[in-house]
Design a protein around this ligand. Sequence first.
Ligand SMILES: Nc1ncnc2c1ncn2[C@@H]1O[C@H](COP(=O)(O)OP(=O)(O)OP(=O)(O)O)[C@@H](O)[C@H]1O
Length: 263
Amino acid sequence: MTEAPVKMRSRHVFKSFGATRVLKDVSVEVRDGEIVALIGPSGAGKSTFLRCVNNLELIDSGSVEVDGELIGYRRVGDHLQPLGDREASRQRARIGMVFQHFNLFRHLTAVQNVAYGPRQVLRLDRATAERRAAELLGRMGLAGREHHYPRQLSGGQQQRVAIARALAMDPSMILLDEPTSALDPELRVEVAGVIRDLARQECTMLMATHDIPLVEDIADRIVFMVDGTIVEEGPAEQVLNAPAHERTRAFLARMTSRNDAPA
Ligand SMILES: Nc1ncnc2c1ncn2[C@@H]1O[C@H](COP(=O)(O)OP(=O)(O)OP(=O)(O)O)[C@@H](O)[C@H]1O
């Protein structure tokens, strides 16, 4: 079987915030249609890495490419120059991002939240953008909630609006940052179901998560990161069942026992 083409490739990414070195030589590949789970303890740098892929943060050195295009910088001769605002937001618009705390506009309804990007960035007219938004909300099981404001929706429903919002831009890939971790168990199941459906539709996803059952369910590959460095990566089944590294084993044991603990 030939391997799918590479969708996202990071090479030797370093990122610091002041004196805090957060990413230290992170090289990751995500292939077209692949679901990659980025796992690891709190503070490992998972969110920061996703933010770098989406150009919400600029890396200090190394490179990130999506569909072969350099993210955050342009080459000028031998040098790299940070992109201007316009180019940076064009890149951001091509990569969907779903956040832990949904990040919906509070003053916009569900359908307006989903239609916002297509109207502002893709320049769709209002009727077309809202019709497409309503269709996507329907696919997320939110028919009838189109005109609700975020405060009138449960956390699970808000996260499904956020996923619809990401899909509305026809993204090249979707980054999910702890999409289920702000949710109660039953709402988590609801959102996990939507993410599982997307995985079946061969969306390309890179997801930072502590939700090991969701990882077991949908991930093709796992990247395990500790303290800004990748400790282990491989096919999900292999990493979950026979982790090669002691730190991966200890982390998974800790996470699994926490998930199995009575509520
Ligand atoms: N904007 C920032 N300014 C300063 N430090 C930051 C900033 N963003 C992240 N950090 C630091 O970077 C480190 C990694 O944070 P990050 O949120 O990427 O980790 P994480 O693996 O996603 O953790 P969690 O699982 O808790 O979400 C932490 O020490 C954090 O305090």
